[in-house]
Design a protein around this ligand. Sequence first.
Ligand SMILES: [Zn+2]
Length: 556
Amino acid sequence: MLKYLFGGDFIAYNDKKQIFSYSRIYFYNYLLALLPLLSLLFCKTAADEVITSVNMAYYSIFSLSFTNIIFFLYYYSTAYKTLRLLSPVVLLLQICTFLLSTAVWGYYTSSQSFPTATTILALLQTNVSESYEYLQTNFTGQTLLLFLFLVLVYLVFSLLLHLRLKSCRINNMPPVAIAVFVLLNLLTVYKSSMTPDNFFTNTLRETRNALAQYDNFSAQKNARQKILGSLKSLPKNAAGVYVLVIGESQNKGHMSAYGYHRPTTPWLQSIKNQHGFLLFDNAYSCHSHTVPVLTYALTAKNQYNTLPLEQAASIIEIAQAADFHTVWISNQVKYGAWDTPVSVIADQSQTQYWLNGHLGETTQTTHFDLSLVDVLKKLPVFDKALIVVHLMGNHGSYEERYPHAFNRWTGKSHIDKYDNSILYNDFVMKQLFSAVKDLPNFQGMIYFSDHADDVDAGLGHDASRFTFDMARIPLYMYFSDNYIQKYPHTMAILKKHTSAYFTNDLIFDTLINIMQIPFPVLEETNSLADKNYKNTSTNLKTLYGKKSLSEDPFAD
Ligand SMILES: [Zn+2]
C-alpha cells in the first residue's frame, strides 16, 4: 500500500538516494497542488462564510483526488518515454491550480470576501482600464509583494521538481494498479465536483451557466423577433419620443433630494415637486452589478417570473416592433470580454453612439457624461422614438467621473469624491433634461440607477459583500403637458405609486405601459403605471431573489 501511495518502490529500493528522491517528489507535488487548494477552506472561513462539515468533506476529497491525478500523471509521464507527451498537460494543470488559488487569496486580501460567480462575471466584463482602476483602489504594495513572493516560491518548487524527476527511473508498480488508482481518483474528482456542496467547482459551474444563458439570449434573437412580428398587427399606438436614462452606481442616500445632508442634487431638489415630475422613494436594484441588473431591467425577464431569459423580449425589440425608432447613446464601453445580453440589446438599436469606445471618428477615449447631452442635441427629429442614454454616472474611481470644477468637497475621502460625482451627475441631468424637454414630440423621461454603491462602508457594489446600501437607488420621471393631457389616467396611477416599493427589473413592464404599447403578455401587476400594482417590501426581492426588501433596516 505504501508503495502505491508514495508512487514508487518505497520499500523495494535499497538505494537511499532513490527513496529520498521519490518521497520528495511526492512532497513537492502535494505542496504545489494540494496545499493551495486546501488553503481556500481557510480563506472561506477568514471571509466569515459558513462552511459545513459536508462542504469541507467534499472539497477535501476533491482536492486530494485532483492532486493524486496530477501526481500520478506527472510521475509516469517522466518515467515512461511513451507518456512524455503528458508532461506539459500536467504542468498546465499545476499552474492553473496555483494561479486560481492565488487569485482567490488576492481577491480576499483586497476585499475580505470570497469571490462568487457574479464576481468572476463582473471581473471578466470590465475592460482593461476599469480593472486597472480596481487594482489601484484595492491593492496595496504589500499585496503585490505577497503575490510576487508566492509566484517565486512556486517557480522554485516547480524547478526543483523538474530537476528531481530527471533522475527518476521506472519502477515495478503493476500497470493495472496504476490504472485502477487513477480511475478511482478520476471518479472521486467527478463525483465531488458535481455537488453544489463543493464551493470551488460550484462557483465555476454557476459562471459557466450564466455564460451559456447569455449565449442563448444572443442566439435566440431571431426567434424572439418572429414572435414580436405579431405586434405589428396590433392597433398602432400614439407617436411620441421617450427617453430612458440609466444611471450608474448612484446611491440615493447620497442625494439631497432624498434627504442627504450635503447639497449634492440642487437641480433635482428644485424640480422634484414641479408639475409633471415624479420622484419615487422606495426603488431598489434587482442585483448589485450592471450586467445582471440591466439584463432583467431591459427585458421581460425579472426576479419574479419563470420566463427563460432567451425567450424574454427586450425593450428595444418591443419598441421596434411597435414602430418606435430606437436610439442608444452610451458612455460605457461597448464590448466586455464577450457579448452580454446588454450589449446584444444595445446593438439592436437602429441608431447608436458609443462615446467610450474606439468606434467612430473620435480621438478622445474618455468623456465626462456631459458629452452625452451634446449627442442628444444633435439627434435628427423623430416622430416616434425610444432613446436610451447610458451614463458612466458614479462608477468608481469616483474622482474620474467629474471635471475639476465640481471638486466641491475637497477632502481625500472616497465619500467626498463620491459626493462630487453626485453633484456632477445632478448637473448632467439638468442639462440632459433641458435638452430632451425641447425635443420635438417629447413625451416623457425616466431615470433610474442600475444599482448603488455602499460608499459609507467603502464596499463598492461587490455582490459577495452585499449590503442594502448597494441596492437603494434613485428613480424619477418627468412627463410633458402633452403626455399628461393625453394619458391623465396613467399619470394619476404613477403619482399614486411614488411611495410604493419597486425593484428595477420591473422597469420593462412600467416603461411599456408608459409608452402605451399594447404588449399582450405584460405582467400588469408589475408595472408602476398599472392600477393593479400591489408589490410591497415583503414580496419584492433583490440580489436575484436572494434577499427580501423587508430585510433592509430602512424598509418599513
Ligand atoms: Zn453598474
